[in-house]
Design a protein around this ligand. Structure first.
Ligand SMILES: NC(=O)C1=CN([C@@H]2O[C@H](COP(=O)(O)OP(=O)(O)OC[C@H]3O[C@@H](n4cnc5c(N)ncnc54)[C@H](OP(=O)(O)O)[C@@H]3O)[C@@H](O)[C@H]2O)C=CC1
Ligand SMILES: O=C1OC[C@@H](O)[C@H](O)[C@H]1O
Length: 394
């Protein structure tokens, strides 16, 4: 319990690292809700990162955000986003805009010579994602789709157990990401088709990404794909999804996502409220591996390993830091149990920009394949593809 409280306290009150001589200067596009968790807090404890600027469509909003988060420079108004991209003092752009704007503003940022940390999902479709990574390669810039959970030791430990062969071959995976009702409102960007919204785009992408990662494979076919339509735009926007995918070697994978889990229903008398859910279970020939919180494992998680063989015992692992064999290798400075997946991600991102080998990475090819799978899931469900951006780099 003490460890839990200490971890949470430090997530929100991280120790400030003295900054190195030439830290990377990040600029944020939009006064987005996710930026404090995904970048601003992790930056505090990173010696090589300064969040130096924010741009918002409304200058007063940008100013208020900058004041709240101690950000030095502010851009706002009609040209605010462009002014940020043209600031020679900024090295990296963090792009947490609505999904449908990821492509345009990442292309603009790359064209302006900036590295980009790009929120998930990388864009509206695989073609846009391919074009962004092509431009990043041409310009020799770093572009990363921010699938932060991949950088945390907990998910990597699950993969390690699978790959060790301890429990034999994988037979199936089941995974869910869901929120209790009341958190995401009807006017949210997630429900706007023009902004490439949808629950699959926003939350289903996590189980999908985790399955592809843990299996080291791409789905061969989408066996079934059933959206839960959103009441405002039932033919195009999903408020939830259930899909079954067939992977090589007869592995089946079942994913679901939902924004409207019943709020009440936990505990012995079902009187406790639910929080965000992000769990996955891997069924293998020789037993099962389950985890309860692969998206934000720093807060609390367990990895339950249950072998079937007689005489073997189930065990529970909790993996808040990498073993010293990993951290001591020079790829990662000493990590801490309070490091969030976003903090690990920032470590890797900065290492790559600075020419040091990151501990792990989400490649451009991976991001492209991810979007191909998302497109196929929508197609199989009979829902329209998310709109492609008309933006072209001139
Ligand atoms: N990695 C993670 O854990 C998470 C990732 N995300 C991802 O981050 C992105 C943003 O999510 P979130 O922070 O929740 O969203 P918000 O709605 O809080 O932020 C989106 C920002 O986009 C800007 N914007 C620009 N054009 C528009 C427009 N036409 N309509 C609405 N907003 C616009 C707004 O900036 P301005 O201030 O200029 O008005 C706003 O601040 C999404 O891609 C989402 O998938 C979200 C949550 C968690
Ligand atoms: O981590 C997340 O949790 C809630 C979602 O709506 C969000 O966009 C996602 O990235």
């Amino acid at each position: 319990m003490f460890d839990f409280i200490q971890r949470i306290y430090k997530v929100y009150n991280p120790p400030a690292a003295p900054k190195d001589a030439s830290p990377l200067r990040f600029g944020i596009l939009g006064a987005a809700r996710i930026a404090p968790n995904a970048l601003i807090l992790p930056a505090i404890s990173h010696p090589d990162v300064v969040v130096a600027a924010v741009a918002a469509r409304d200058k007063a909003r940008a100013e208020a955000y900058a004041k709240k988060h101690g950000i030095e420079k502010v851009y706002g108004g009609k040209t605010g986003y462009l002014d940020l991209l043209n600031d020679p003092d900024i090295d990296v752009i963090y792009n947490p805009l609505p999904n449908g704007l990821h492509f345009e503003w990442t292309m603009r940022a790359l064209a302006a010579g900036k590295h980009v940390l790009l929120e998930k999902p990388s864009s509206s479709n695989a073609d846009e994602t391919r074009r962004m990574f092509e431009l990043a390669r041409e310009k020799n810039l770093v572009l990363l789709e921010a699938f932060h959970y991949r950088f945390h030791p907990a998910i990597q430990r699950i993969k390690e157990i699978i790959d060790s062969g301890e429990l034999g071959k994988v037979k199936s995976i089941v995974s869910m990401m869901a929120l209790p009702k009341g958190l995401i409102h009807d006017d949210d960007i997630r429900f706007q088709f023009d902004l490439s919204g949808g629950c699959m785009m926003d939350m289903g992408v996590y189980p999908l990404s985790a399955m592809r990662y843990l299996l080291d494979a791409e789905p061969l076919s989408i066996e079934s794909s059933i959206p839960i339509p959103h009441h405002l735009n039932p033919t195009a926007i999903d408020r939830g999804f259930h899909a079954v995918l067939a992977f090589p070697n007869s592995v089946t994978a079942e994913l679901s996502c939902d924004y409207q889990l019943p709020l009440w229903g936990l505990g012995p008398f079902r009187f406790l409220p639910r929080g965000p859910q992000s769990w996955l279970t891997v069924h293998l020939e020789g037993g099962d591996i389950s985890t309860n919180n692969f998206i934000i494992p720093t807060f609390y998680h367990y990895i339950q390993v249950s072998p079937k063989a007689k005489g073997t015992k189930a065990r529970t692992e909790k993996v808040y830091t990498f073993p010293k064999s990993v951290t001591g290798g020079g790829n990662l400075v000493e990590d801490e149990a309070w490091w969030t997946s976003y903090r690990y991600q920032l470590e890797a991102f900065v290492n790559r920009v600075k020419g040091r080998e990151p501990q792990t990475w989400v490649s451009g090819e991976d991001s492209i394949k991810q979007m191909e799978a998302v497109e196929r899931i929508y197609e199989k469900a009979g829902m329209p593809p998310r709109p492609t951006s008309s933006f072209t780099v001139t």
